[in-house]
Design a protein around this ligand. Sequence first.
Ligand code: HEC
Ligand code: HEC
Ligand code: HEC
Length: 475
Amino acid sequence: MKPFSVMLSMLAIGITSSAAMADGASLPNVSPANSDLVNRGAYIARAADCMACHNEDYTGGNPIATPMGDIYSTNITPSKRYGIGKYTEKDFKNALQKGRAPNHMLYPAMPYPSYNGMTDEDISALFAYMQTVPAVNNAPEHKTDLPFPFNIRSLMLGWNAINVPSTTKRTGLNETQQRGEYLVNNLEHCGTCHTPRNSTMGFDKGNYLSGAPLGNWHAPNITPDKSSGIGSWSEKDIVTYLRTGQLDQRAYAGGPMGEAVAHSTRYLKDEDLGAIASYLKAVPAIQTDDKVTEIDVARLPRPINMSITHDLIAQKDYLARAKTSAGSDSNSPKALYLAACGSCHGVSGYAQPDSGYAPIVGLSSIRRDKPDALVNVIVYGIDSASNTSPKMPGFSQDLNAEQIAGIANYVRVNMGGLQDSKVSAADVDRIMTAKPEQPFLIKYAGILAWLGVIVAVLLLGLLVWWLMRRASRSH
Ligand code: HEC
Ligand code: HEC
Ligand code: HEC
């Protein structure tokens, strides 16, 4: 995992500098020595974000945790023994579009319900590119080994019949928007995080892109609804966010979104990011109850001077002075914020952009009606893959619910510009207990629940079989 994290750090450094770039950051895997087809394939791999799960070197081994056990991504380098070196192009197409590997069915942890719509042309290019990736003759350290009945992979056939493909094409889109639709639905699979699930844990198509829980995160509503979605964002805002992972004083791509930006969207061509933005403006606006208060710039704090966000010494002094002037009550929300958060995010939330701590002033995640996203971040911290700065720790051990609520309110009012915020200790308790004890990473939380559905059906079947057997024996 070492080289992988180093690579990610390099990516993260790129994130900050890519803002100035006109087009996508240069692809580390594109070379003039390769054919056009291969280079096109390298771009498809980026746009389809294969690396988020299979790693930058495609060796796999990333766990997607479920209570039934971890599902690990596999080695997809051209190694004949450990990877997909024996795959024909047809095998590759079947794996991507149907979740069918040569010898077994795949779990939808692999987003084939989205890749189902990938064009033959793109699959060919991707296949050609995958042949040029260095073969790694190693199996990932861990292998998926789910207990019965989850190890019966052919059960996926039933699930696939109702849930693949995960999206349908919209009518009435112009050419740019059609390209955007293809990118959003089929390559980037944005909906795997942003679309809620139905009872079978397939996409809830009626609530397309309207936001969904994601382990300790929440993927927000990205439909063009003005009050709860991103209706107030311009197309340019969307492009900036996907290119840089930030939208100044508006939004920040942390956690899973930070990874999507670091591995994938920051590499896309301007025209492709533009197409995504244009398409996101064309999807039906869906209003949810998690409204975002419109940003009121006048209510946001000003940095004490223009240079302080880039001057660590000045910040340290400023923080020390602020702590003294916060008074003797070390339990006041302001004192708590300064003590727990101030060293990284700064007295007024502007942080230290140069060192990668997130400026939190004005972020959408602190302006939402539901404080869940903010409270979760404070409770669990951020195990960020895409940021080089020291991790944000979780505060569940050091702060009690009352104190966390106080900090949340302080941040929402002072850095989010809200008129008022009434997060209570009970809210914090609710949010904390709504989660499993062991915070586990469910990148694609859906998997969990559909496995649950399958088990329920199976257990029911077993019960019926057992009852019938007993009934026939007693005769
Ligand atoms: C969201 C995570 C995720 C993404 C993104 C992803 N995969 Fe996978 N992939 C997995 C997991 C997990 C498995 C193993 C599934 C299983 O064991 O059933 C897998 C399995 C595979 C397999 C089957 C290999 C085998 O025989 O075990 C292939 C081929 C594959 N992925 C290719 C790709 C390609 C190419 C891309 C990008 C276009 C991609 N994957 C993107 C998670 C992902
Ligand atoms: C792995 C899960 C995942 C994927 C894939 C993903 N997102 Fe996100 N997205 C998130 C999460 C989580 C957030 C919240 C981030 C935060 O607040 O730090 C987010 C935030 C956003 C936001 C900011 C919304 C706001 O109100 O602040 C936009 C816009 C967005 N995503 C668009 C996209 C698009 C477009 C795609 C596909 C190209 C995509 N996302 C793919 C999980 C994901
Ligand atoms: C050790 C430094 C550190 C401390 C202490 C810290 N943070 Fe953070 N925080 C970070 C980093 C780094 C990120 C960006 C993570 C990423 O890029 O995914 C972040 C991100 C955030 C975000 C953005 C979440 C989003 O929408 O993606 C918020 C809000 C936040 N922190 C609030 C707080 C609060 C409130 C406290 C105090 C209780 C705090 N942080 C303490 C380092 C810190």
